[in-house]
Design a protein. Sequence first.
Length: 345
Amino acid sequence: MISLYQLKNKLNKQAKEFAELLEFPDLYAQGLWARGVYNCPHFSDTHKYLSEVFEKKKLDSILKHDSLKYLMINEYDDQEIIESLHKEIESMANRIESLMLVDIETLELVSVIYQVLGLPEDAKFIVNTGADFRLEWRPYFDAFEDPLIVQYADLKLHGCYYRLIASKFPFEKLSLDNIKKYMYINHVNHDGEFEGCISEGNTFSKHEHWLVLTLELFSSGNVNKAQFNPTTFKIEGMRYLVYGFPLIPSFVSDWHKPDLCLRVKNLDGDQKFIVRIDQQALVFHARRVDTNFFNTIDYEKYISLYQSSVLSHFDADNNLLKVNGVKYLSFFRPFCLEDKKEAQA
């Protein structure tokens, strides 16, 4: 059983780490941590409450406390507490932000809170899908000589369906010329480009155009910087470039559509989640673009940039992801070395 000394020591270490990560004075950080995370007026109040709990021998009351229960993360069967944290962390970050004398991005505060509470992967927005998460890949142009040149898989996130489009890329070196060459070779080897597409009305020409525009967007037309090169995603041992977008509801497949447990935050700024699938990774981006909130970007220009590329796919839904009434622009893209660097930081 955990002791009073251990819990108080843990609390002190949390406040100390919070101060170090944000380069705040210790006493100032203690006040922010107590009020922001544990909703206590003063840091001393958290110690006082813990002492009273142990005097009354009611340790379970900590687990039931609205805020101090988060001190028990990594101490007990804490999945329920962690689920509660995911829902409350935005409020914690907003409370801290309202009390601070310096300007720090709210998403950075969210990351710091996760890290201090002992959840390093959540702090880096890493999502582990687990063994039960399985993508059902199917040919997108099944009448082609090579039906696996383009594949698709659907999944569900926040109640919205997404489609991942995987385009085979057999070359060692990534370049726009190589992609165009490979697409062209497959195109000329198949006369009926409408035939066999799972989305009636789409064509291989449209797929080529979409893929090139999307790659140009994420590489700024330049794919010679290794740290920004998209990594390929292996499907049955073959390499693919995978991008994804919200799916038109009527296009949702009958195949298996796994639920991706990922929580978009109701905060301004670019949210980037590294989604681990079978020891591989894709990146999910989300950006709040709801006009009911202050945004630090020109949201119309921002949306237009992506709607003319990754979100311009024939199957993409024009409606934005909506979570609890708030709208977000969102998409999937390949993992790159720069993402790995950030995840290891």
